[in-house]
Design a protein around this ligand. Structure first.
Ligand code: ADP
Ligand code: MG
Length: 285
């Protein structure tokens, strides 16, 4: 197993009056090649959880295993951080080099890669995020658009050649074009490189489309861990914790309320289009 969490609980500032328990009894494992969406309301523990995936936080109780080795015991947190690449929220705030090349090269340079190897990795990583190496390598990160800056930051993590790419709300604050560019790149990376991806989001439509599996967090606990279509059939429970269902699902649910015979767990726009076309064909027949 690539990643396994066993009965993990985490409390910030434990033993002080400000103690705040952010995770409770989390059991989860992620296999190589999965695309997992992690979703939950603000404060549900998403960011805390993914920092356990890469050794940045060590559980207050419970264990974390990376490739079957216990983090902090059999594998050092620093090594875990290289294997499990984490892209923080608003990662562009951490760009600081004079050139795009310098920023993407930072990680592999720290790993002790040769200059030749660094160049190969920077080129490959920039291309993965859809930025042309020759036109971007010498530019200042600060001359780029918000979406481009964010893609440079993602390339910096990819250049470490992680086994898993974990992204904390990578589209937040971007316009729809910037979002689409990042999401389509993630989809491409997953398909061409079979890269394992964990995408943190609070947007159901976003994760519904991309992920094969969804983990829903609420108040530090896992509420659901299942295929998207099975989770969206629990619309009421999702609403109770302030999460909706994808737009397409909610459209189909109101059609069902009006007596139409359509599937209730549909969430892909393309599938919905097919169903609607069939409905019309049936009506004119
Ligand atoms: P999410 O990413 O889902 O919004 P977080 O993991 O950031 O949730 O937060 C989970 C809980 O932990 C919240 O109650 C939050 O207030 C608390 N928390 C997060 N970071 C810290 C911190 N550095 N110190 C103390 N409490 C924190
Ligand atoms: Mg967060």
């Amino acid at each position: 197993m690539l990643l396994e969490l066993e009965d993990v609980s985490f409390t910030y500032m434990e033993g002080t009056p400000l103690a705040q328990t952010a995770l409770r009894d989390i059991n989860v494992s992620i296999q190589e090649g999965e695309f997992v969406g992690l979703i939950g309301p603000t404060g549900s523990g998403k960011s805390t959880l993914i920092q356990h995936f890469n050794g940045l936080l060590i559980p207050t109780r419970g264990k974390v295993f990376v490739e079957d080795k216990e983090v902090g015991v059999e594998i050092k947190p620093a090594e875990t951080r290289q294997k499990m690449g984490l892209v923080f929220q608003f990662p562009e705030n951490q760009l600081f080099e004079e050139s795009v090349f310098g920023d993407v090269a930072f990680g592999p340079r720290n790993l002790g890669c040769s200059e030749e190897e660094i160049e190969v990795r920077v080129k490959k990583s920039l291309e993965f995020v859809g930025l042309d190496y020759d036109s971007f390598k010498n530019r200042s990160p600060f001359s780029l658009s918000g979406g481009e800056m964010r893609r440079v930051a993602i390339a910096g993590v990819l250049a470490m050649e992680p086994k898993m790419l974990i992204l904390d709300e990578p589209t937040s604050g971007l316009d729809s074009q910037g979002r689409e560019e990042i999401l389509s790149r993630l989809e491409h990376l997953h398909h061409t490189e079979s890269l394992t991806i964990v995408l943190v989001s609070h947007d159901m439509d976003e994760v519904a489309h991309l992920a094969d599996r969804l983990i829903v967090l609420n108040e530090g606990r896992i509420l659901f861990d299942d295929e998207p279509r099975r989770i969206f059939s629990q619309a009421q429970k999702l609403r109770e914790i302030g999460l909706g269902v994808p737009h397409v699902t909610s459209l189909f649910m109101s059609l069902i309320d009006r007596g139409m015979k359509v599937p209730s767990s549909l969430f892909e726009v393309e599938q919905a289009a097919d169903v609607i076309v069939d409905m019309f064909e049936e009506m004119v027949r």
